[in-house]
Design a protein around this ligand. Structure first.
Ligand code: HEM
Length: 526
C-alpha cells in the first residue's frame, strides 16, 4: 500500500469513529417506538436542555399536566419515564418489583466514592444489595425500632428544653434531634449539641457527598461513559471524589470502632450496630460494609426526618385551625399533667393525619429516587425498554387533581375522611395503594418508615401540645422554588416563626421531664 494512502487511512479512522459515535448518539437520543408521550426532543440532547439543574420535579409536574400520568423523556441517549399517578406506581414498581428495583449507573457514587456496593441506596439490585437490605430490615423492624423508645423520648425532651430556652435556634434544634436520635439508635452514641463534633462531621460528610452527586456537579459521566476515562488533570471531580471518600470512611469507621470499643468495655445500649456486629460474619458483611451500613442509615434518616418536622411547622402556620384541632386532641389525651409520650400516639388520629398530610404536601424527595428497569416491559400499550430509569414523582402523585382537592394546601382532614386522603369512596381498586409515596415504592421502599413515623409523631405531639406556634404569613416565603433548598433532600430554608410555651404549667412540665430524662441520656455518654 502506498505511504500516502496509509496516512489517509489513519487520518480517516478517527474521523470515521467520530461519525459512527455521532450517528449512535443521534439515534439514541430519539424516542423509542411506543415510548410514553413527552415533550419534543432535540438531536443528541433529547430533553436534556429542558431539564432545570434544580427542582426538576417542578418541570416533571408541568409535563404531567400536558402528557398525563406516564411521561417519557430522553436525557441524551438515556430513556427516562416519570410516573405521576399512584396507579402506574402500584402496577409497575410495586407489582412488578422484580424488574423495577435496580438503580441507575452512578459512576461517582458507586465506583469512586463507595465501591464494592457498600451504599445501599445506590447499589444495583442483586446479591450485594440483598444482603444489606436484609440486615437493614432486621434492624428496622417494628420490635427493634420500638425498643429504642426511651432514648428517642429523652432526646425529644432535650429538644423541647432547647426550644423553651432558645426558640430562635429552632432550625438547628430540630436538625440536631433527628441526627442525634439516629446516632444513638444506630451507634449508641450521643450528639448533644448541634455543634458537637460528630453532628457537624456527619452533616459535613453528607453535604459533600450530596453536592458531588447533584446534577451538574460533574460532567454527565453516566450518560456519556467515555468521560470516565479523562485523565485526572482534565477531571478535577475525580480528586474531589477521592477526598470525599476519605472523609466518609474515616467518619464511618471511627463510629463503628467506638461502638466496638464501648461494647468490649461492657457498656451495651442495645443500638442497631451492636446487633450487626454480633451477626456480622453470619450476615456475610466485612468491616467496610458494616461501617458504611451504619453511616448510610445516618445519612438516610436524619435530614429527611428533620425536613419533614420543619415542613409540619410551616403547615400549621399556614393553617392555624389544624394546629387548634391537633392541640384539642392532645389536650384530651394528656391534659396538663405530662407531655405526650409514645404510649399516646395511637390515640391521636388527627395528629397522624397531620403527619401524613405533611408528607403529602412536602415530600422530601419530591421527584422520587430513580429505579432502573432491568428487562423490556409493556404497560398500557407503551413499550418500556430495558435500562429505562423510572421515577415515582411523589410531587405530582400527591397532587392528582381528581384525588386531592386543593392539593397545594395543607389540609389534614383529607386523611381523616379517607385513608388515602383522596376524594370519593375507598374501593377494591385501591388495592395495594399506599397512603403516601414519600417513602418511595416497590422493593426499594424506605425501610426506615416505621422509625421515621415514630420520631415525627412524638415530636409533632410534644411541640403541638406544649407551644404556641405562630408566624406572620406575609413574611414567609411560600414559594417552594425559593423557600426550600434544592439539594438531595428538599427542605425548608429558615423561616420566621414564634415558638413560646403555652403556659407556665407547660413550661414546668418540659423542664421537669428533661431533668428526669438525664439518666437516660447519660447512658449514651452525656
Ligand atoms: C421522613 C423521613 C424519611 C423519608 C421521607 C424517607 C424517604 C425515602 C425514600 C423516598 C427512599 C427511596 C425509596 C425508593 O427508591 O423507592 C428511601 C430509601 C431509604 N431510606 Fe428512607 N426516608 C426517611 C427516613 C429514613 C430513616 C429514619 C431511615 C433509617 C434510619 C431510612 C433509611 C433508608 C434506606 C436505608 C434507604 C435505601 C433503601 C434501598 O435502596 O434499598 N430512611 N427513603
Amino acid at each position: 500500500m502506498p505511504a500516502s494512502m496509509t496516512v489517509q487511512l489513519l487520518m480517516g479512522l478517527p474521523g470515521c469513529l467520530l461519525v459512527a459515535l455521532l450517528w449512535k448518539y443521534f439515534w439514541a437520543s430519539r424516542r423509542p417506538a411506543n415510548f410514553p408521550p413527552g415533550p419534543p426532543t432535540r438531536p443528541f440532547l433529547g430533553n436534556l436542555h429542558q431539564l432545570p439543574q434544580s427542582q426538576a420535579f417542578l418541570k416533571f409536574h408541568e409535563w404531567s399536566q400536558t402528557y398525563g400520568s406516564i411521561v417519557g423523556l430522553k436525557l441524551g441517549p438515556q430513556n427516562v419515564v416519570i410516573l405521576n399517578g399512584w396507579k402506574p406506581v402500584r402496577d409497575l414498581l410495586d407489582k412488578r418489583g422484580a424488574i423495577y428495583s435496580s438503580r441507575p449507573d452512578n459512576h461517582v457514587g458507586n465506583d469512586l466514592i463507595c465501591p464494592d456496593e457498600t451504599h445501599i441506596l445506590l447499589a444495583p439490585y442483586g446479591p450485594g444489595w440483598r444482603i444489606l437490605r436484609k440486615t437493614v430490615q432486621a434492624l428496622l423492624n417494628v420490635r427493634a425500632v420500638d425498643a429504642m423508645f426511651p432514648i428517642q423520648n429523652a432526646e425529644a425532651s432535650q429538644t423541647m428544653h432547647q426550644l423553651l430556652h432558645d426558640p430562635e435556634g429552632y432550625y438547628d434544634h430540630i436538625r440536631r434531634y433527628s441526627t442525634a436520635v439516629i446516632l444513638s439508635s444506630v451507634f449508641g452514641q450521643r450528639g448533644k449539641d448541634f455543634n458537637s463534633p460528630k453532628v457537624r462531621a456527619l452533616y459535613h460528610a453528607q453535604e459533600q457527598f450530596t453536592s458531588i452527586l447533584a446534577p451538574g456537579a460533574t460532567p454527565p459521566v453516566d450518560a456519556f461513559p467515555w468521560l470516565r476515562y479523562l485523565p485526572k488533570s482534565l477531571a478535577g471531580w475525580k480528586e474531589k471524589a477521592q477526598t470525599i471518600r476519605a472523609e466518609q470512611r474515616e467518619l464511618y469507621f471511627s463510629l463503628m470502632e467506638e461502638t466496638k470499643a464501648r461494647v468490649a468495655n461492657g457498656a451495651v445500649t442495645g443500638c442497631f450496630m451492636e446487633e450487626v456486629l454480633k451477626d456480622q460474619e453470619k450476615a456475610g458483611l466485612d468491616d467496610e460494609h458494616v461501617a458504611y451500613l451504619g453511616g448510610i442509615l445516618m445519612e438516610a434518616g436524619s435530614d429527611t426526618t428533620a425536613s419533614t418536622l420543619l415542613s409540619y411547622l410551616l403547615g400549621i402556620i399556614s393553617n392555624p385551625a389544624a394546629l387548634e384541632t391537633a392541640r384539642n386532641e392532645l389536650d384530651g389525651v394528656c391534659g396538663t399533667e405530662r407531655s405526650p409520650t409514645f404510649d399516646d400516639l395511637d390515640k391521636l388520629p388527627y395528629l397522624r393525619a397531620c403527619m401524613i398530610e405533611t408528607l403529602r404536601w412536602r415530600p422530601v424527595a419530591p421527584g422520587g429516587i430513580p429505579h432502573l428497569l432491568i428487562q423490556d416491559d409493556h404497560y398500557e400499550g407503551y413499550h418500556l425498554p430495558k435500562g429505562t430509569i423510572v421515577f415515582a414523582n411523589a410531587w405530582s402523585i400527591h397532587r392528582e387533581q381528581e384525588e386531592y382537592s386543593a392539593g397545594d394546601d395543607f389540609r389534614p382532614e383529607r386523611f381523616l375522611n379517607n385513608q388515602f386522603g383522596a376524594q370519593g369512596a375507598e374501593d377494591q381498586a385501591n388495592d395495594h395503594r399506599r397512603a403516601t409515596y414519600s417513602f418511595g415504592a416497590g422493593r426499594r421502599v424506605c425501610p426506615g418508615q416505621r422509625l421515621a413515623e415514630n420520631l415525627l409523631m412524638l415530636n409533632m405531639a410534644k411541640i403541638t401540645w406544649g407551644f404556641d406556634i405562630s408566624g406572620d404569613r406575609r413574611e414567609i416565603d411560600w414559594d417552594v422554588k425559593t423557600g426550600y433548598t434544592d439539594g438531595f433532600v428538599f427542605s425548608p430554608k429558615r423561616f420566621p416563626v414564634n415558638i413560646t410555651a403555652r403556659s407556665d404549667v407547660h413550661r414546668d412540665i418540659f423542664e421537669r421531664e428533661f431533668e428526669a430524662q438525664r439518666v437516660v441520656l447519660e447512658k449514651y455518654g452525656d
